[in-house]
Structure formats: C-alpha cells, structure tokens
Design a protein. Structure first.
Length: 111
C-alpha cells in the first residue's frame, strides 16, 4: 500500500492528464486495500464482501465516524471511476484528497 501511495504521489507531480489518470488508479487501489485491511483487522470482516459492506462494517464498529464515513463513501465512487477508466469523472483534487485520507487512516489505525 505504501508503494502505491508513494508512486501515486510521485506520478501526480508530472502535471499531465495521463499522470493524473495513472496516479488515480494507484491511489484508488491503495484505498481499496486500506478499506479491506481495516475491515479485516478492525471490524472482523471475513471473506471478500463489497466495499460498501466493508464500509458499513467499519461504521458499525465505530472505526470510521463522523465525516470520515461520508468521505470514505465518496471515495467509493472515485475508486470505481478510476478503476473503470471513467476519466471524465476523476479529478486531480480527488486523487489528492484520497491520498490524504489514506495517510490519515494509516496514521490513526496502523502506526
């Protein structure tokens, strides 16, 4: 996950549309990995349910709370758009925001 985030940040510095798209894929993949890891380790999620179900489990166990829930929810769409190459719906700001969210969750739950 750290490699994906690091490469995503590095790629985003190129300031091109193609770089934004590549970074989006890496950050979206890291986001999915983070949610699944949090689900398993912090909410007892078993198997490979949908990310929405993982998010609900994290919410129910109060791992995610307040604004984190809505933020994570919005990144589900970012993840889908990025991994399905729907570039018209992916912005550089989303990539940056998701990167910051991943960093905050890693610090809070895994450091």
């Amino acid at each position: 996950m750290a490699d994906l985030v690091g490469l995503g940040k590095e790629t985003l510095f190129q300031q091109t549309e193609a770089a934004k798209n590549v970074a989006a894929v890496m950050i979206a993949s890291a986001f999915e990995d983070l949610l699944r890891r949090m689900g398993v380790e912090l909410a007892g999620v078993i198997g490979r349910p949908s990310l929405q179900d993982v998010l609900n489990a994290l919410k129910d166990k109060v791992v995610l709370k307040g604004g984190e829930i809505g933020t994570a929810q919005s990144f589900l769409k970012f993840r889908n758009d990025s991994l399905h190459a729907d570039w018209a719906n992916v912005s550089r700001a989303q990539v940056d925001s998701c990167t910051a969210f991943i960093g905050a969750m890693l610090l809070r739950h895994f450091s």
